[in-house]
Design a protein around this ligand. Structure first.
Ligand SMILES: NC(=O)c1ccc[n+]([C@@H]2O[C@H](COP(=O)([O-])OP(=O)(O)OC[C@H]3O[C@@H](n4cnc5c(N)ncnc54)[C@H](OP(=O)(O)O)[C@@H]3O)[C@@H](O)[C@H]2O)c1
Length: 267
């Protein structure tokens, strides 16, 4: 028995393939924890082959546990030769790159007067120059795939942010790169989008040196500032990396999407 297919119309959205990213390849930096791990899982669960990158190989292996379509690559993105090595590994493993998620970041808040030169340089390398050179290295692959770059920045950087000179400057510059590359790479068929998370429950604060009590107080303060009254979960951010990389988002580029519980809407 055959069934007549309904005519597509504005009322009937196209059906989404169960494995929308089957046959597509994704690189996620900082894939060993937090938003990066959730992003790797979200793409892998839609059929993508994913390469997760970070320094802690055991954390990457944990991300890949039970998901045979996730591969791991240990690299320190503060090293100048890391971007080329990451792209070479993705090509070796998968033959190309459809989606590059520049997610890895380092946060070492210090007020002006206490900023260490080496720390600042490392932070700029990981948070700004690694996305730049990774994207540059990946260009031929992204062009061949008509691919997408997703840059993870942060909400609230249009305003002053005491103690975050280096981190905020790098993320502000990353948003600039998102818009600039969107224009520059559109003729080559590459889309570039950004995600600007508000406060999210990840190990970032602990790794910046806060103890458990300080993290709890920070979360309470952050929740009070967010209109939705809570911090986000990594999966709530990861979802948008996937949505923006879908073929259905083909007319979207240069957008930096706040995923912040409404924080950026507050004056
Ligand atoms: N959590 C939040 O509230 C929040 C808010 C706004 C924006 N964000 C952004 O979200 C993204 C993910 O952060 P997260 O919150 O998920 O924190 P996270 O769990 O600490 O993730 C950061 C990742 O970056 C990797 N990384 C750091 N330095 C690296 C280096 N030198 N080389 C390679 N990888 C490096 C870390 O892995 P290794 O240590 O193993 O290398 C880690 O997996 C970042 O871009 C962050 O700025 C987070």
């Amino acid at each position: 028995m055959t069934h007549a297919q309904p005519e597509p119309s504005a009322q009937t959205p196209p059906e989404r393939a169960e494995y929308a990213f089957e046959g597509r390849t994704v690189v996620v930096t900082g894939g060993g924890s937090g938003i990066g791990r959730a992003t790797a899982h979200a793409f892998a669960d839609e059929g993508a082959r994913v390469l997760v990158v970070g320094r802690r190989t055991e954390a990457l292996a944990e991300t890949a546990r039970h998901r045979p379509n996730i591969r791991c690559y240990g690299a320190d993105l503060s090293e100048p030769d890391a971007p080329a090595a990451v792209v070479a590994e993705a090509v070796r493993e998968f033959g190309g790159i459809d989606v590059l998620v520049n997610n890895a970041a380092r946060l070492r808040p210090e007020p002006l007067g206490r900023i260490d030169d080496l720390d600042a340089r490392t932070e700029l390398r990981v948070n700004l120059l690694a996305p730049l050179f990774l994207t540059q290295e990946a260009l031929p692959r992204l062009e061949a795939a008509k691919g997408t770059v997703v840059n993870v920045s942060t909400a609230g950087i249009g305003r002053g942010w005491a103690g975050h000179s280096v981190y905020g400057a790098a993320k502000t510059a990353l948003d600039f790169l998102t818009r600039t590359w969107a224009v520059e790479l559109a003729p080559r068929g590459i889309r570039v989008v950004g995600i600007a998370p508000g406060p999210v429950d990840t190990p970032l604060a602990e790794r910046a040196g806060l103890g458990p009590d300080e993290v709890a107080r920070l979360r309470a303060r952050q929740s009070a500032r967010v209109p939705l009254g809570r911090v986000g979960q990594p999966e709530e951010v990861a979802r948008w990396a996937v949505e923006l990389a879908r073929p259905e988002a083909a007319f979207t580029t240069g957008l930096v999407l706040p995923v912040d519980g409404g924080a950026s809407a507050v004056f």
